[in-house]
Write a protein that binds this ligand. Structure first.
Ligand code: ZN
Ligand code: ZN
Length: 298
């Protein structure tokens, strides 16, 4: 887990984040994702300065192991001087060694956030789910941590005041907010009540806006007027040429079908798997991966 440096903002990793959500549904299945409907509760990972450092870290690690349903895994947490914020040795287990940066000795309230990320590495390692390259794999880890209910801790560890800033993980605060919002839209949970950091609250609001934006793209019936108009124009062009349409960056693509009607593909707003439906007005589709029912006007 990286440490320090200026805090990046916005949505620079959105494509990888979305691919991570799709990969998670593919590997875990809808039913397993549903087991994570409840987030880690603040009380389960609370860490006061009065708590014993090592006993407290072990206790929080145990809570996260339980949350992720890794019953036979044991985390051994140690502190040392290091460049990174934290590190975990990915071995066959059942014992895993996690090292936390010495600075957490005096920033105990963020130990839960650091452990949530490191223990997710173990979880993904056991699933044999990874993305090539450190950057993408860390984005997958942050996204999975957040989608499965422990990432609000990482967003809450983001604090900025005049003199200093702190952020854990590879996603920007807004991206953490985005994944958290996608999760909350699926499970009907409101994570904003858990934030202790004002900046986390703001970033969540931006992420939520972005997540709602995904749900208002044509051909979904929830799309706005401008989007629908653009869609109708692109569809006309596609029907004339029996293919293509839609400019660069468009979420939907028209695909020719030599025997049947023209089809349109677009990303599922929940899991981002591509959905394909015939172009023939009102269509109700169900995403095969995350089971979201999609009302479309194609
Ligand atoms: Zn990591
Ligand atoms: Zn889906």
């Amino acid at each position: 887990m990286a440490n320090g440096g200026p805090v990046e903002h916005g949505f620079p990793h959105l494509e990888t984040v979305r691919a991570a959500v799709t990969a998670l549904y593919r590997r875990l299945s809808y039913d397993t994702v549903q087991l994570f409907a409840t987030s880690v509760a603040p009380a389960e990972v609370a860490f006061c300065d009065g708590d014993d450092l090592h006993l407290g870290a072990q206790r929080v690690a145990r809570e996260l192991v339980r949350h992720y349903r890794l019953p036979d895994a044991r985390m051994v947490v140690a502190f040392r001087e290091m460049e990174h914020a934290a590190h975990v040795e990915l071995t066959a287990g059942p014992e895993y060694f996690i090292e936390l940066n010495d600075r957490f000795r005096t920033h105990r309230r963020d130990i839960g956030a650091a452990l949530a990320h490191e223990i997710m590495h173990v979880y993904l390692h056991r699933l044999d789910l990874s993305f090539p390259g450190t950057r993408d794999n860390e984005i997958l880890t942050d996204t999975a941590t957040t989608y499965l209910g422990a990432g609000w801790l990482l967003l809450d560890a983001y604090r900025e005041d005049g003199a200093s800033s702190q952020k854990l993980g590879y996603l920007t605060p807004e991206e953490f907010g985005y994944v958290l919002a996608k999760r909350s839209l699926v499970f009907g949970e409101d994570p904003s009540v858990w934030f202790t950091s004002a900046q986390a609250y703001t970033a969540y609001g931006r992420g939520l806006e972005r997540a709602r934006h995904d749900e208002r793209q044509p051909p979904l019936t929830a799309a706005g007027w401008a989007g629908r108009r653009r869609y109708a124009r692109d569809r006309r062009q596609a029907q004339d040429r029996r293919a293509g349409g839609a400019g660069p960056g468009s979420p939907y693509v028209f695909a020719p079908d030599p025997v049947g009607p023209l089809r349109v593909t677009f990303p599922c707003p929940t899991c981002h798997q591509r959905i394909r439906v015939p172009v023939r007005g009102r269509v109700r589709a169900r995403c095969g991966l995350c089971r979201t029912v999609l009302e479309c006007d194609t």
